[in-house]
Design a protein around this ligand. Structure first.
Ligand SMILES: [Zn+2]
Length: 457
């Protein structure tokens, strides 16, 4: 009862906050109005630390260009922009990556990465500067941790690294496995509001550094037009808010009179830099990022520890990591090799997910479970039930255990053991996943978890 009350209050507080945020977002901003960072649970120092850790991960996974002249070139443009007061004084770094897709991204606190493909696609230096200024604006406005604050994620550095290099992150995938609960929203995919803000602040930074800000908008529009039905990667994380050129023009009009208007578009010998890019060695193909890894050869040690989620408590294998937000009701627990990078993202190959599913029109536990199984099969077409079910009692609640089969992301057959229990919050489920030939290892921990499960409401 006490929990219910507290949960209710907390919920209302959150609702009030969200309403306030929404209203704040609705207040029309006029060109030239100052822009302040939004709601954030992290400190600026944490932004910097998160960015530092994530950048180290990124550097392990990408091919940094080994040509000092090119690195200096990007660094010099970036430094000029980062020195402007609107950049917020973060420890910026600018790194060129040997990668032909058109992309650039910023991590919280300052590390910015640019693909060689972006230089190839740009018409002049001001366009490259435009992208950098836009990324700097995302850092200064703390959009990454603003999103993370809304999502309350742990394991952020790994997630950021995964997002940054354009893989659907582990967390994306967990969100899918968790069937779309709010916890796992994305971090480096900005909202259109954030895009407008970054364009506006970027305009200011570019103007102060002497670049023509309109080239930033021109470049984004060019990507949009040339992309057609297959827009470059950049636009999937920086969605087009529409009317970029007109909005940036309005921002330019509203710039303080103290900023000289003799903007430059062509600076230095951009054609020469482009030639250097063209002469770079071809990037090595990503070593089968689809490198599948192996399922853990041994099961969990047997030691368990208590996991407390918002609505339930459960004993979980002590050596495994918990992913997700402890205050929410979607948690994934897996050993480090349990999350498998695949070509299209990452999936859970060995571990357990717990969450709730909201049945649509099921009238009993069997039907609700059937709906959930269909959902799972919709996400992963290989999943099928062979009609193997047994009834159980969990913490005084009736439940159902269903065995499912599918294709393991490690290769070969997969087995899934699904527990479903009807609860006031929805259909609680816990699904254990492992390659079929390893599943025996998980039988004991599965039974232990099922027996330890207590609901808190
Ligand atoms: Zn952006």
């Amino acid at each position: 009862m006490r929990f219910n009350l507290r949960g209710g209050l907390r919920h209302r507080w959150l609702l009030a906050l969200l309403t306030a945020l929404t209203l704040a977002g609705c207040a029309a901003r006029h060109p030239g109005d100052p822009i302040k960072p939004g709601f954030n649970m992290y400190s600026k120092e944490q932004d910097i630390e998160l960015g530092r850790q994530a950048a180290a991960e990124v550097r392990k996974q990408v091919q940094v260009v080994q040509n000092p002249e090119l690195q200096n070139y990007i660094g010099a443009i970036g430094k000029k922009l980062a020195a402007q007061p609107e950049a917020g004084g973060y420890p910026y770094s600018f790194t060129l990556i040997n990668e032909p897709s058109i992309n650039a991204f910023a991590l919280p606190g300052g590390p910015i990465f640019v693909n060689t493909g972006l230089i190839e696609a740009a018409d002049n230096e001001a366009q490259v500067a435009g992208v950098l200024a836009h990324e700097i604006a995302h850092v200064a406005l703390r959009h990454g941790t603003n999103q993370a604050s809304k999502a309350s994620l742990i394991q952020l550095p790994a997630v950021l690294a995964g997002m940054a290099i354009g893989q659907d992150s582990v967390v994306d995938q967990i969100a899918q496995i968790g069937l779309g609960f709010g916890v796992n929203s994305v971090i480096l995919k900005y909202s259109r509001d954030a895009e407008n803000q970054a364009d506006a602040l970027g305009t200011r930074i570019l103007a102060e550094a002497g670049y023509n800000p309109i080239e930033m908008a021109n470049f984004f529009e060019k990507l949009q037009e040339e992309g057609g039905s297959r827009p470059p990667q950049f636009l999937s994380s920086h969605p087009d808010p529409g009317n970029r050129v007109a909005r940036v023009q309005a921002e330019i009009q509203a710039l303080p009179a103290s900023i000289p208007r003799d903007f430059r578009t062509s600076v230095g010998n951009f054609a020469h830099e482009k030639r250097l890019v063209a002469q770079l060695p071809k990037p090595r193909p990503r070593e089968q990022t689809a490198e599948r890894g192996h399922a853990p050869t041994e099961g969990p040690s047997g030691a368990m520890q208590t996991l407390r989620a918002r609505t339930f408590e459960v004993a979980r294998p002590a050596g495994w990591q918990a992913y997700g937000d402890q205050s929410s009701s979607t948690v994934t627990v897996a050993p480090s090799q349990g999350l498998v990078q695949t070509r299209t993202g990452a999936s859970l190959g060995y571990g357990v997910v717990m969450s709730y599913y909201q049945p649509r029109d099921a009238r009993n536990l069997g039907q609700a479970t059937g709906e959930l199984v269909n959902q799972l099969a919709g996400l992963d077409r290989s999943i099928q039930s062979r009609g193997n079910q047994r009834r159980v009692t969990v913490n005084g609640n009736r439940g159902l255990i269903t065995t499912l089969y599918g294709q393991s992301p490690y290769g070969g057959a997969e087995r899934l053991m699904l527990l479903t229990v009807p609860r006031p919050e929805g259909l609680f489920y816990m699904v254990f996943v492992a390659p079929d030939n390893r599943f025996e290892q998980l039988s004991a921990p599965f039974e232990q978890m099922v027996n330890s499960l207590t609901f808190r409401s």
